[in-house]
Design a protein around this ligand. Structure first.
Ligand code: GLU
Length: 609
């Protein structure tokens, strides 16, 4: 994971070096926050400031604010090689301290390179894979190569994934960069240019971007962007895109946390996504799916839960078998993938490495790939045969909220549209894209009317160490998403099961006041009533999320707390039932005094395998 930024500006630009780097690091912090650091060319030195901890801490406990210069790089880290420590934080420098490197990814052959460099007299300070890059450049310079040529030569020796930015005192007006697998974008401003892992790092200053491809490298200065691939210069101008993203959309806007803001934004994101789905030409993607021999939907984390819900919808509403696969587990499944199959990759960022690799493998085996992404400029979007773009807006909090519900909406929209192309199994089991239009209204009602009820559930969960989330059929992926949220942001062990399966083992854990959260959708899950009774009989504390008029019988009698969902068509229930679970997790985290935006050990965009 990790996030990198680099900039080069003209001396006449009034904006300060420390404010550019501070803005960049804060925006990238969702990608990693175990340590952070910067390197700036200041006079005749490369000044490095780095430490363990979050960006705030590093800024307030160092001379960060007084940094001056026109060329600099920065990094937020999610360690893969070497524990989080000051010495392992990036930037990593060479022996002379003249070259500083920030890196996102994994240099697979770093041990081999390290041995070679050590044999040539280089002394290593850190345990990272990244440090070899600085010493390699130094090595090639010592053989007489000019700085940029030495950089290129060093990059040519690397195997693995990398987005790299480098400052070198011997090329003091430039930042060198290279990309392979890990994302990297260029920002083109007026008298200032950027390179970063994500557009958000520099969107405050420019929305003119170039998304780099694998194998591209180059440099930025205050007035120039140079890119080459295999030694051939790239026509930079033809690659410039203007992105629609406002600086405001990545601010907290009065909310205490991004997670709260993003939960509250769901009505808007759902409306935007639906409008965008209706205006996109997805005919080719639909045709591919309709004619596919087999359909696979791959995703990781929340995207996998959306994939599971989508695959269930294919079966139930279309009578078409579709298999949801965890991206990192695709290796085995891919053995069965053939020409004529369709593989749908679901990824918020469009950069999730496991999903990217699964799609590449699927393509190699002859399948047609379709991307469902929130970022249409992402690698997954660019490499897929067809793209279905959501419009959830930037999601900064690590725990996915609005991108999960918009993914579900997108998959259900695809299923609804396919019912126009494919004869559905049973006419009454249809969902319609028309009904999905109500999603944003219902989401708004849930957020406005059920927030306090969800906070009360959070007060109960506060002292608990474990919880079950149970549902049937469509309720299962929603339960999985609810349990994941609670784990991620409140650090409470939570497990989701198909409710009927809970009798086959999990119920052994249930004792007095054991929290059990049922998701009752009122569709193919009637038997949930007996599961509620069974849990209650063992003393569980039962919370049921169900539609107002469905809270009857055992559900009404045995639930200790009910979250009364507004009445809505089935397809809208499928989109919105995760929202109260997000609110429960959020409030539990805040009541526990945690920061829901930065769960420990996690990072948002997982770009390492
Ligand atoms: N491998 C580098 C490190 O551990 C970068 C990690 C990453 O990109 O996640 O320092």
């Amino acid at each position: 994971m990790c996030g990198i930024i680099g900039f080069a500006k003209s001396a006449s630009k009034s904006i300060s070096c420390s404010s550019i780097l501070e803005e960049g690091l804060r925006r990238l912090e969702y990608r990693g926050y175990d340590s952070a650091g910067v390197a700036v060319i200041q006079g005749n030195r490369v000044v490095v400031i780095k430490d363990v901890g979050v960006v705030d801490k590093i800024i307030s406990t160092s001379d960060f604010k007084s940094l001056e210069g026109n060329v600099g790089i920065g990094h937020v880290r999610w360690a893969t090689h070497g524990r989080p420590s000051k010495v392992n934080a990036h930037p990593q420098v060479d022996c002379s301290g003249r070259i500083a490197v920030v890196h996102n990814g994994i240099i697979e052959n770093y041990l081999e390179l390290k041995r070679f460099l050590a044999d040539n007299g280089h002394v290593f300070a850190s345990e990272t894979d990244t440090e070899v890059v600085a010493h390699l450049i130094e090595h090639f310079k010592s053989l007489g190569l000019k700085p940029f040529d030495a950089f290129k030569k060093a990059v040519s020796m690397l195997r693995g994934s990398y987005a790299i930015a480098v400052v070198d005192l011997d090329a003091p007006s430039k930042v060198f960069f290279a990309r392979n697998v890990s994302p990297l974008v260029i920002g083109i401003g007026d008298g200032i240019n950027f390179v970063a892992s994500d557009i958000v790092a520099f969107i405050k200053y420019t929305n003119r971007v170039i998304v780099l491809n694998d194998g591209e490298l180059g440099y930025i200065s205050d007035s120039e962007v140079y890119i080459e691939r295999d030694g051939v210069p790239v026509d930079v101008l033809s690659r410039v895109r203007v992105v629609e993203m406002s600086a405001q959309s990545i601010e907290k806007g009065g909310y205490k946390h991004f997670m709260a803001k993003e939960i509250a934004e769901q009505p808007y994101s759902l409306a935007q996504t639906l409008a965008s789905l209706q205006s996109q030409d997805i005919a080719k993607a639909l045709n591919t799916i309709a004619n596919a021999k087999r359909i696979y939907i791959v995703g990781a984390g929340s995207s996998y839960h959306a994939a599971l819900l989508g695959a269930t919808a294919f079966k139930v509403f279309l009578g078409i078998d579709a298999e949801a696969v965890i991206s990192s587990e695709f290796k085995a499944v891919s053995r069965a993938v053939r020409y004529g199959d369709a593989v749908i990759g679901v990824s918020q960022s469009g950069e999730t490495i496991d999903t990217l690799l699964a799609l590449r493998e699927a393509k190699e085996r002859g399948a047609t790939t379709i991307a469902i992404v929130n970022n249409p400029f992402s690698t997954i979007a660019r490499e897929s045969d067809h793209v279905v773009a959501m419009k959830a807006g930037p999601e900064i909090a690590v725990a996915a909220t609005k991108t999960f519900t918009t993914q579900v909406l997108t998959l259900l929209y695809i299923v609804a549209r396919l019912t126009e192309l494919v004869e559905p199994v049973e006419a009454e089991l249809r969902i319609s894209s028309e009904s999905l239009k109500l999603s944003h209204e219902i989401a708004q009602k849930v957020i406005d009317e059920l927030n306090d009820d969800c906070r009360r559930v959070a007060e109960f969960l506060l002292s608990k160490h474990s919880a079950y989330y149970l549902g049937r059929v469509f309720g299962v992926p929603i339960a999985m998403e609810g349990a994941l949220k609670l784990k991620e942001v409140a650090y409470i062990h939570a497990e989701a099961y198909p409710a009927g399966e809970s009798k086959h083992g999990p119920i052994a854990l249930v004792e007095r006041e054991f929290p059990t959260i049922f998701i009752y959708l009122g569709f193919l899950d009637e038997a949930l009533e007996s599961n509620v009774e069974e849990m209650k009989a063992r003393g569980a504390y039962v919370v049921t999320v169900a539609q107002d008029d469905m809270i009857v019988g055992s559900i009404a009698r045995y639930s200790d707390t009910v979250i009364r969902m507004p009445r809505a068509p089935l397809e809208v229930r499928l989109v919105t039932y995760a929202i109260p679970l997000q609110l429960i997790a959020y409030h539990t985290s805040v009541l526990k005094g945690l920061d829901p935006d930065k769960p420990r050990n996690l990072a948002k965009t997982v770009t390492v395998v």
